[in-house]
Design a protein around this ligand. Structure first.
Ligand code: ZN
Ligand code: ZN
Length: 175
């Protein structure tokens, strides 16, 4: 189930009033090339809702699980995350300010805030482990799994040349 809209009619127009709200739900299609939150992976949020003159201030912590792809070896792995939020929801959001739209009747929809907060924290270059050995650039084997047993290191630019080398006579300067 996707994150539910929060009924805030008890808070809107009552600056100083506040309460806690626990959310649990999913967000669809949230991810980058290497990091995503699975569509069925629940995000949990412990939020404090505070009524202020401008609207509703939402703060707290989001937690969930990322599915990541290692930037070196391309293995997929999961890792838990925690992200703090501190956002203002107002009836008429200022395009310039980082504010979210609040409809006092329909409620406070946390979906976009969660997407933004989690999205901005996604690692650019996730690694399955800090010392991941990555893939062999010659055979494509995963070095972590010992799939590549090693090669004579030949620069690919000279690979074609090296195939010709056995055909050449011995170096006349050798002796
Ligand atoms: Zn890796
Ligand atoms: Zn290899």
């Amino acid at each position: 189930m996707t994150l539910a809209t929060i009924d805030v009619r008890d808070l809107v127009g009552h600056p100083g009033a506040s309460r806690e709200e626990e959310l649990r739900g999913t967000v669809e299609g949230l991810g980058t090339e290497l990091v995503r939150v699975r569509d069925d992976a629940e995000i949990q949020a412990d939020l404090l809702l505070e009524s202020v003159v401008e609207g509703i201030l939402v703060s707290g912590r989001l937690s969930g699980t990322w599915t990541l792809r290692c930037a070196r070896c391309l293995a997929e792995f999961e890792r838990d995350f925690d992200v703090d939020v501190h956002e203002l929801f107002v009836e008429r959001p200022d395009e310039e300010a980082d504010e979210y739209a609040l409809d006092p009747e329909a409620g406070l929809d946390p979906d976009q805030m969660v997407r933004d907060a989690v999205g901005v924290e996604m690692p650019f270059s996730p690694l399955c482990r800090p010392d991941c050995l990555g893939l062999c650039e010659i055979c494509g084997g995963n070095r972590n799994l010992g799939e590549c047993t090693g090669h004579e290191r030949i620069d690919p630019r000279f690979a074609a040349l090296s195939e010709l080398l056995p055909l050449l006579p011995d170096d006349p300067d050798a002796d």
